[in-house]
Write a protein that binds this ligand. Sequence first.
Ligand code: FAD
Ligand code: NAI
Length: 482
Amino acid sequence: MPQQFDVAVIGAGPGGYVAAIRAAQLGFSTVCIDAWKNAKGKPSLGGTCLNVGCIPSKALLESSENFERVLHKFDDHGISIKGGEKNVVLDVPKMLARKDKIVDTFTTGITLLFKKNKVASMHGIGRFAGLLPGGGCTLEVVGDAGTERIDAKHVIIATGSVPRSLPGLSIDNRLICDNVGALSFPEVPRRLGVIGAGVIGLEMGSVWRRLGSEVTILEAMPTFLAACDEHVSKEAYRQFTGPLGLKILNGAKVHTVEPVGSIVKVEYEDKAGNRVRAEFDRLIVSIGRTPNTAGLNPDAIGLRIDTRGYVEVDERCRTNVPNVWAIGDVVRGPMLAHKSSEEGVAVAESIAGQHGHVNLDTVPWVIYTSPEIAWVGRTEQDLKQAGVDYRSGQFPFIASGRARALGETAGFCKMLADAKTDRILGVHIIGPFASELIGEAVVAMEFGASSEDIARIVHAHPSLSEALHEAALGVDKRTLNL
Ligand code: FAD
Ligand code: NAI
């Protein structure tokens, strides 16, 4: 007789593990099935985000930012290294060990959270075996020790996403890497090539550039960071190709990628149509991610997958099969950890008969470069295209006392508000701690605030949040400190 559960979650990334905890908190007997194994071949909860995504990348971003500060920024503060920068020593294995320790702390932390919340955990590939007569599904869990069967009244699919690659190109995670290899280069490559100037390309490119690599990013699109507000992308391009020193080539068509001995040869066509040959010591391929339904056996229950590979869901994450739900990277919407987690909570609450809902219009985006980029809501080009009448306010960090004190004056805060109602439609920030500042804008938009509301709220002085306050004043053309 298979073990019986109220809720079975497939996948223990930020979507799945959070869904499992919330389901257990709501009183359901819950199991979370996950197939991830770490580099040591051990089960490791947390999915892409904790193992090879958000957390390790941010650990390396912080380390490389500190290295950059010691080399190039401390001097301005009157702090210098005796004997000059040649005495600054970089210990890459130690940096990687610190990152791995942070990852370990969080992945083992989920095991503890599962115990505390009485979530059963099974290691192996979860796949559908069939529908149960009274609703729900039978699942098979294919683990190292064999296959187990379980029955669950509700199933939440949270199987995440996997990196996309170029046709015919094999990723060895030695010379040609996806995010997994890019987070673990054993030494700083002299010449690093990156295909794709998206979020991973820019974050990982920044890490290795700051540590000393010469970084060339080949981007197929003619425009840079097309998803961002265009003022932000322009400023980002200026900062990344200027002070940060990334070489970003837009409109580049990659023709061939060939590992030869210890290097990678890449042939591409530049935007002027010239054939260019380049050589790199390592190459990162970061051209997007695709939803992961491999191994799920969706046909066993008639689960609908759309033409792009996403599990089809409605606005409440219900699939076409009763009692089967799907959340996170494997469904429509942004591929972000916080979006996955919130959908996990919403689905657990929906199963409990509550009204679980996630507002995809106010999901914040952050790119953890230096300067950071963060936004919520609509871009100015979006509004123009949709014919929306809007007003805009902008405030540069160079006029912020706190940014000056930090020595981080690049970038600005920008607010877009409806011309008639003054409701905030979008906030776009490029600058120091944009990742933290965007929180205020998310709350404001979620509560339907107007720019006038933010303009009338007292903001601490001196703080970076004053830049958002000034941007709000700017919507009404009454900026005070510019
Ligand atoms: P995942 O985290 O992908 O987890 C899915 C889990 O399901 C995995 O453990 C997988 O092994 C398991 N699984 C799959 N199929 C099965 C099966 N059949 N049976 C059992 N288990 C299965 N997002 C942010 O918001 N902020 C960031 O800073 C950020 N940085 C990132 C940096 C990098 C380098 C990358 C690659 C991604 C980053 N992301 C970031 C995106 C974020 O990692 C994802 O949006 C998030 O992990 C998605 O969560 P998920 O739970 O949907 O899926
Ligand atoms: P991405 O979608 O952000 O960027 C991919 C880039 O590659 C695009 O600019 C695209 O035009 C380009 N591209 C596609 N095909 C190409 C080709 N053949 N040649 C050259 N360029 C090509 O994808 P990325 O960077 O792989 O990241 C995947 C996802 O992971 C992100 O979209 C995001 O959802 C998530 N992520 C989030 C982070 C964050 O929140 N800070 C950090 C890292 C990843």
